[in-house]
Design a protein around this ligand. Sequence first.
Ligand code: FES
Length: 157
Amino acid sequence: MSVSTMAPLEPALKVIADLAPVTEGRIIPLLQKLQEAYGYLPRDVVLEVVRRTGLPASRVFGVATFYSQFRLTPGGRHTVRCCRGTACHVRGSKAVLSAVKSHLAIDDGETTPDLKFSLETVACLGTCFLAPVIMVDNDYFGSMTPGGIKKVLDAYQ
Ligand code: FES
């Protein structure tokens, strides 16, 4: 009996073939490749990969939930990245992040229920001279204030 999946299985089969033999020591690269292929780790696909490789499901899902780089739910259409680096911190990034969380009603690492926005915090966006900085997709917004968040995010609605 085959497992029904929402996502096509072909990308996962290619990942298995590329990493063969898939051993426990290769769970992280396995999950990284699956996430590259699907944009996140669809539960049904991971279960099917577990079944085909014989890897322990508890180990695979344990790794997937331990590391923040892995996402078990689909990301939003737009990704908001808030810098929490030192330069941004001293110029008020904490209040900016709070405003983003409040406006989207989600926490760091979450996606809005309508799948429009995902929120991530990052160590530095590489544009400290613009502090405090946020990014929406590939766009930078510098000298952000909590009051400016609504206008920036509304442009992506
Ligand atoms: S510390 Fe925020 S961009 Fe570098």
